[in-house]
Ligand binder design. Structure first.
Ligand SMILES: Nc1ncnc2c1ncn2[C@@H]1O[C@H](COP(=O)(O)OP(=O)(O)O)[C@@H](O)[C@H]1O
Ligand SMILES: C[C@@](O)(CCOP(=O)(O)OP(=O)(O)O)CC(=O)O
Length: 510
């Protein structure tokens, strides 16, 4: 018996910083970049007498990191003890395993089923973790080999490539920092945690994800998904050592959405885990009333999400959040004013994108013809393409969405300036302005907390190709990631065997 579950990476297109405070929403798109967790037993059968054992074996393999970790699992406490080298540890995976097993035990009341669960655990857990190439940056390797910064080069990489590390850097104290995986900013830890939790909870019979279907609207309200979310969110916060807004975990579980954060008090028991035992903490967490809100939201038809890596270096979200919070304290009036303007602009953007989705449902022909015509024109000519009332509505909404986004960027820049952090750095501003002035471009911005990470664009029709070419020519690497509104999903099998048949694998770059 083998269970394979996957969860997507995210792009926060609007609501950065504000989403940290309830009830401000964030608009988050889930992506085609996915993490996969494969769970199978280590032993095919339970050896006689082993039912009385107190410990089970757990093996976690990360082929891309060439890493294998071995643990002993306490059947009574659901806790793990690392038995392999310390370097093999992975806090996100460890918390995901411990929380999932404890949660599965809490969710199963029936004595016979509890015994069956213990027997399954005693057969050991063999967990394999794989992340799509899209989560990792290959820019440096591409440049080092003198290859062009094009999506075609990325496409030629074998799937689930081994991961390269940023070079070790001294941190000023003479200490050598731990090398960090070079990332593209799609929320690898959240997607990885969600995939492990989903696969384990399904494997242990605590949830049934088999009917997860293809559309996120089928799954978004399911109790099973709420259970996966509560467990994944708690494990992720504990491993991360901080409570962010949680939009990344929510997108990994439910897919694209309008997200309002959970009240951080829900995790108060998880924070004091040092004192209380894990099963009690998990019993508390899964019975809490989780108050996060996720409403259906995704890009309207014929729109495309494109990401690019400018390669100007990464940024640290926690320190940027710290600076913004500091500014809120030191200048409450001005910061409240900027937040209120940002909140309004975010809401206009959301409403315009919603009305575009609605127009596409109600008046498809008008919608299609305007969007496709606009995809070949710069925004200044967009009103000219409308020849009837419905078409005019579509063109007006496109322009209103664009204006709202320009306003968002303006206030994000203001916020960055006031807080002393480069939320939309000057170099990015030039790139984003140039992109937003191209034919068929609706939006171009810095996702999430902003900074020097990836940039994104939302384009119309086939315009993404020209944008990708333009980005390549100015040294911005267009990524292969697109929007995919699906959250957690059960897979038919090991993604490596599925992808082998389709992959166009020519050059080895790692
Ligand atoms: N393919 C992989 N297999 C196992 N662990 C991985 C893999 N890719 C990333 N990780 C782990 O995921 C974590 C990423 O966490 P973090 O740096 O917080 O990233 P993010 O900001 O993307 O969430 C790290 O602990 C890293 O070791
Ligand atoms: C500032 C934020 O509101 C958004 C940060 O979004 P990013 O997408 O930049 O996040 P990371 O993947 O953690 O770097 C913080 C939050 O909501 O937790």
């Amino acid at each position: 018996m083998e269970v394979v579950a996957s969860a997507p990476g995210k792009v926060l297109v609007a609501g950065g910083y504000l989403v940290l405070e309830r009830p401000n929403p964030g608009l988050v798109l889930s992506t085609t970049a996915r993490f996969y967790a494969i769970v199978r037993p280590i032993h095919d059968e339970l050896s006689p007498g082993s039912w009385a054992w107190a410990w089970a074996d757990v093996k976690v393999t990360s082929p891309q990191l060439s890493r294998e970790a071995a643990y002993k699992l306490s059947i009574k406490n659901s806790t793990l003890q690392l038995t392999s080298a310390r370097e093999s540890a992975n806090p996100f995976v460890e918390q995901a395993i411990q929380f999932s097993i404890a949660a599965a035990k809490v969710s199963i009341a029936d004595k016979e089923k509890k015994d069956a669960l213990d027997k399954l655990l005693l057969r050991g857990l063999n967990i394999t973790i794989l992340g799509s190439n899209d989560f990792y940056s290959y820019r440096k390797q591409i440049e080092a080999r003198g290859l062009p910064l094009t999506p075609e080069v990325l496409l030629s990489l074998p799937p689930f490539c081994s991961i390269t590390f940023n070079s070790e850097v001294a941190n000023g104290t003479g200490e050598i920092c731990k090398p960090e995986v070079a990332k593209t900013g799609l929320g690898s830890s959240a997607a990885m945690t969600a995939s492990v939790v989903a696969a384990l909870l399904h494997y242990l019979g605590a949830v049934n994800l088999s009917c997860s279907g293809q559309s996120s609207s089928d799954t978004a309200t399911g109790q099973d998904f709420d259970f996966v979310h509560a467990v994944a969110q708690s494990a992720h916060c504990l491993a991360q050592g901080k409570i962010g807004s949680g939009f990344d975990v929510s997108a990994a579980v439910y897919g694209s959405q309008r997200y309002t954060r959970f009240s951080p008090e829900i995790l108060s028991s998880a924070q004091v885990i040092g004192g209380s035992c894990l099963p009690d903490v998990v019993a508390d967490i899964v019975t809490r009333r989780w108050d996060h809100e996720k409403t259906q939201f995704s890009l309207p038809p014929l729109m495309c999400l494109l990401l690019g890596e400018p390669g100007t270096g990464g940024s640290s979200t926690p320190s940027m959040v710290g600076s913004v919070k500091q500014w809120q304290k030191s200048d409450p009036q001005k910061s409240a004013d900027t937040w209120s303007k940002l909140g309004m602009a975010n809401s206009v953007l959301e409403n315009q994108l919603r009305s575009l989705s609605k127009l596409s449902e109600d008046h498809w022909d008008a919608y299609e013809s305007v969007v496709l015509s606009c995809s070949r024109l710069t925004f200044m000519k967009w009103t000219e393409v409308a020849t009837n009332q419905q078409q005019e509505l579509v063109a007006k909404s496109l322009l209103a969405a664009r204006d709202a986004f320009l306003e968002i960027r303006l206030h994000m820049r203001e916020m960055g300036m006031a807080a002393g952090v480069p939320i939309e750095p000057e170099l990015q501003t030039q790139l984003l302005d140039a992109t937003m002035n191209m034919e068929g471009v609706l939006l171009a911005g810095v996702p999430g907390a902003g900074g020097f990470d990836a940039v994104f664009s939302v384009t119309l029709g086939e315009a993404s190709r020209a944008v990708a070419n333009a980005w390549s020519s100015v040294g911005v690497l267009p990524l292969l990631v697109r929007e995919d509104s699906r959250g957690v999903s059960l897979e038919a099998g090991d993604p490596r065997t599925e992808e082998v048949s389709t992959a166009v694998s020519s050059i080895q770059i790692s």
